[in-house]
Design a protein around this ligand. Structure first.
Ligand SMILES: *Cc1c(COP(=O)(O)O)cnc(C)c1O
Length: 409
């Protein structure tokens, strides 16, 4: 066993696919002190300007949320002590569910929310509870790993359709032989930043009596009025919509939710194993998330969203200026994304790693994302912007990209 694993690890090294963790010595913020132990680092802490978190609104280190978490701990202690169905379901969880239902209610008349410890578990819970043997799950090829794993674990028949291929999807759905159909998609695709074609997907679901699961991990808090997310952004509401969102990205804390018709939520409570058989999230965390939702919905949230949009615009305007030649000669591509996820697709894992290392040597931290997280031949720098960045930070990123790019020529 050990020899086999050592061989596998060596192979990953040889293919530039070995992953290394870094240690953040400080809070999630644009400037972080980082320690890395690997063959190219000396293990000394360094300050880096980071463009890698999903903390899109810069709330992960917000003083009000730090205080809310401490207050939650004073009110409820630090652990929930049990699963939701035994004794771990606290007032804080119940109130958070009400807050989420209230915030997202434009989706439908009878919307309810259910909270989970993580988004990964929410997707596992949702797809295994709804995806029984009489159901077909239709899943976009670029969906997040948690949706893929949820579909794998479900008893349903699973069909993966090419990214955003609505015509192909409709042909398959029209020929569906199971009783129930579930279309599953990221709302904002996590490695590309583009949006699913949600109005068309919902129309398709309606034509074929299917339900539509939208994973809004990267839209909730950032898109739509009051940060209600991608469904509000595109103006959709329907009983057929099942919205999943995460609370550790733009919301800056931890956890996730599913918001859907009351009957679907009732069923999840009865049958979703990833909900039932796990200790409930600490109530203090739910308490902090409630404070985060208030921030997201108020003026401050609005200002943060506006500032983030300005950073996205400045970055997209700057990239062709600093990388012009490489975009044409090497075929590098800035993904067509209007969101805070701004991937620069460079193709090979080696180029992605070399760029990431060259940026790091200038004190800028951008992760190289490689297969299997993305399809082979599409390795990329996944640059994410946050409202906690300033325009000066984006300028520093652009000039670091320029000189890193020069090294590649
Ligand atoms: C991050 C993410 C998840 C998982 O959420 P966690 O709370 O981090 O477990 C699910 N779906 C998508 C699209 C994500 O980006």
């Amino acid at each position: 066993m050990l020899r086999h694993l050592e061989q596998q690890l060596a192979e990953r090294d040889a293919q530039s696919l070995r992953r290394h963790r870094r240690i953040a010595e400080t809070a999630c913020a644009p400037r972080q002190t980082i320690t890395t132990y690997d063959s190219t680092h000396d293990g000394m802490p360094r300050e880096l300007l980071a463009f890698c978190s999903n903390d899109y609104l810069g709330l992960a280190n917000h003083p009000l949320l730090i205080e809310a978490l401490a207050e939650g701990a004073r009110l409820y202690g630090v652990g929930s002590g049990a699963s939701h169905l035994i004794s771990g379901h606290s007032r804080a969880h119940a109130s958070l569910e009400d807050d989420l239902a209230d915030m997202l209610s434009p989706h439908g008349p009878e919307l309810r929310a259910l909270t989970f410890c993580t988004g990964y578990m929410a997707n596992l819970a949702l797809l295994t509870a709804l995806g029984d043997a009489q159901t077909t799950i239709y899943s976009d090829l670029l969906n997040h790993a948690s949706l893929i794993d949820g579909a794998r674990l479900a008893k349903a028949t699973v069909y993966t359709y090419p990214h955003n291929d609505l015509a192909g999807l409709e042909r398959r759905i029209a020929a569906c032989s199971t009783l129930r159909k579930l279309i599953v998609t990221d709302g904002v695709f996590s490695m590309d930043g583009d949006l699913a074609h949600l109005p068309e997907l919902l129309a398709l679901a309606e034509r074929h009596d299917a339900y539509l699961v939208v994973d809004d991990a990267h839209g909730f808090g950032v898109l739509g009025a009051q940060g209600r997310g991608v469904l509000s952004h595109v103006g959709l509401r329907s009983e057929r919509l099942i919205c999943m969102g995460t609370l550790g990205k733009a919301a800056g804390v931890a956890g996730a939710f599913v918001a859907a018709h009351r009957t679907i939520i009732d069923w999840l409570v009865q049958s979703a194993r990833a909900y039932i058989y796990t200790t409930a999230q600490p109530p203090a965390v739910a308490h902090a998330v409630r404070a985060s939702l208030r921030l997201i919905r108020c003026d401050e949230g609005e200002q943060r969203r506006r500032h983030l949009a300005e950073l996205v615009t400045a970055f997209r305007r700057g990239v062709p200026e600093v990388l012009g030649d490489l975009l044409s000669t090497r075929g590098w591509q800035l993904a067509a994304s209007q969101t805070a996820i701004q991937p620069l697709i460079v193709g090979s894992s080696e180029d992605a790693l070399a760029m990431s290392a060259a940026l790091e040597s200038q004190g800028v931290w951008v992760p190289a994302i490689r297969p299997p997280t993305v399809p082979s031949g599409s390795a990329r720098l996944r640059i994410t912007l946050s409202a906690a960045h300033g325009l000066g930070d984006v300028e520093r990123l652009l000039s670091a990209l320029k000189s890193a790019g020069k090294d590649m020529e």
